[in-house]
Ligand binder design. Structure first.
Ligand code: G3H
Ligand code: ZN
Length: 288
């Protein structure tokens, strides 16, 4: 079985991206896994601090490991947006394949300090865990938005600076970087977010020379994804679109079966709805 590190390196070389999809429960996990299996591509399951608390930190690690082993399948688990060293440590100790220390809201110095501490911890753990750093604020919540999140600025001078990104990577030793390139968490109502700054993606990829991770993928256009991937993005994160699909699936399942009380029956449309969104994105990210 390839490691996540090898899969990311392969994606980077082939100029495709691995899809990263957030889940909150086993319905989400099956939807994501079935989509990946259908297309036979590697996949990353992501859990934010709230999502992993809902499922259970050790429990989600055990679930993903069980799929990897039973199906001999390249499915990996990421500790998405983790805001403290202690929680990064807990994820590493629980068997996650990658962790994101999200210090985007801290000072540059504090962000560097904790990201570096995470990298050191992995080195001493003897486990092969990828550490992702974040530079540039892109909002915090995966939800449907009426306006661009407060604190997110899309003008060129507010996006991640390529020279600062290089410095951050050199000082911390992170394996991957999440920059602010016109992306933000959540999706504007109507489903169309502003265009990404592809030139900035290219510049940051050039200055850091490590794989870039595009967060906030919900609401971005096909063309933006294609260009971002061609210019240095090796992982794309999607959450809001899955949450919307899941909720619609739950409502459909309940509306169609008003007398049904068995969750495994009325939640089937929710699993299918997640699977459909993930399949569509995976085709795009993997050039299929
Ligand atoms: O880490 C999660 C993602 O960046 C999700 O962003 O909710 O805009 O798809 P999204
Ligand atoms: Zn994110």
């Amino acid at each position: 079985m390839k490691s996540l590190r090898e899969c990311v390196a392969e994606a980077r070389e082939k100029k495709v991206a691995i899809g990263h999809f957030n889940i909150s429960n086993t319905e989400g996990l099956w939807g994501v896994f079935r989509a990946a299996q259908t297309l036979n591509v590697p996949i990353i399951v992501g859990v934010s601090e709230g999502e992993r608390d809902f499922i259970g930190v050790k429990q989600v690690a055990a679930l993903v490991k069980s799929l990897r082993e039973e199906f001999d399948y390249p499915i990996y688990l990421n500790a998405d947006h983790t805001y403290s060293f202690d929680r990064v440590k807990a994820a590493i100790d629980s068997g996650f394949d990658s962790v994101i220390f999200d210090g985007a809201n801290l000072s540059f110095e504090e962000n560097v300090k904790i990201a570096k501490q995470c990298v050191e911890y992995v080195k001493n753990s003897g486990r092969d865990v990828l550490v992702e750093g974040e530079l540039g604020f892109i909002g915090t919540s995966s939800k449907v938005l009426d306006e661009i999140p407060e604190g997110v600025l899309l003008d060129e001078s507010s996006l991640t600076d390529p020279a600062k990104a290089k410095e951050f990577v050199e000082l911390t030793g992170v394996d991957m970087l999440a920059p602010a390139v016109g992306n933000f968490h959540g999706m504007l109502r109507g489903g169309v977010d502003p265009k990404l700054n592809i030139e900035r993606v290219k510049e940051i990829s050039g200055s850091t020379n490590i794989p870039l991770v595009l967060h906030g993928g919900s609401g971005n256009s096909e063309d933006d994804f294609k260009q971002a991937i061609a210019n240095g993005v090796s992982i794309v994160h999607i959450n809001t679109e899955i949450r919307v699909a899941y909720k619609q699936g739950v409502m459909k399942g309940l509306a169609e079966n008003p007398d049904e009380v068995a969750p495994y029956k009325f939640l089937k449309p929710a699993v299918k709805a997640v699977q459909d969104v993930v399949e569509e994105k995976l085709k795009l990210f993997n050039n299929l």
